[in-house]
Design a protein around this ligand. Sequence first.
Ligand SMILES: Nc1ncnc2c1ncn2[C@@H]1O[C@H](COP(=O)(O)OP(=O)(O)O)[C@@H](O)[C@H]1O
Ligand SMILES: O=c1ccn([C@@H]2O[C@H](COP(=O)(O)OP(=O)(O)O)[C@@H](O)[C@H]2O)c(=O)[nH]1
Length: 217
Amino acid sequence: MALVIKLSGRIFDDEELVLRYASVINKLPGKIGVVAGGGELARRYIAVARRGGASNTFQDLLGIYASRLNALLLISLLRDAYPRVPATLEEFLAAWGGHKVVVAGGFQPGQSTATVAALVAEAVGSPVLLNAANIDAVYSDDPRRNPNARRIPEMRYDEFEKILHSSALPGGYELMDVWSLSILRRNCITTYVFDGRRPDHIEAIARGENPGSRITC
Ligand SMILES: Nc1ncnc2c1ncn2[C@@H]1O[C@H](COP(=O)(O)OP(=O)(O)O)[C@@H](O)[C@H]1O
Ligand SMILES: O=c1ccn([C@@H]2O[C@H](COP(=O)(O)OP(=O)(O)O)[C@@H](O)[C@H]2O)c(=O)[nH]1
């Protein structure tokens, strides 16, 4: 069975955490698709570009290249990974046949790596998407803005869509963007959102546990 994991870019801002994820992924059975986010590296370049009046397209492209650098770092730590960062879904699929792990970053402006992860999960036929996020679960509202936000361990995509107010601005797209949800929903792919600081949660989910939030169609 194929498995697809989206790694929040914030994971790549923490050296120890990147090494722990590489160790967990190296031990996972079966074929693994990974998508790396842009993290602090992306936000730093996007902030300078925005300040200098660069277009949203170029701000997104900077985020894409930052996410691809994060992806290449992870590839360098993995045993049997395709040794390049695929820039398109077609390239990802061409690599998928010949390697245990393929690691991508962004694909095109106007979306986030959550959409890349959803496209990859659909393309490789993965029944689940694991989202190692910069938050421990999905809440009724953004817990960083609303201290009364309620943690929601189980929900359906229609409820998830109502909760998310992700801005489609470069470096924004918090948690998951709307395009990712439409792709996940049309394939009935189950998404697990969990604390990205806990690579051990990948094995917990593989054992059938739900350490964060589970979203189903
Ligand atoms: N309903 C929500 N539940 C959980 N987190 C949310 C929600 N709405 C917005 N967020 C925000 O989404 C962020 C997690 O998104 P993620 O893409 O993993 O990290 P980031 O975009 O911060 O790199 C958290 O920082 C959190 O503040
Ligand atoms: O296919 C993609 C993936 C990413 N991005 C850009 O790269 C940034 C970093 O990606 P993301 O926000 O998904 O990373 P994370 O939130 O995990 O750090 C995004 O905000 C977008 O600006 C993009 O334009 N297209």
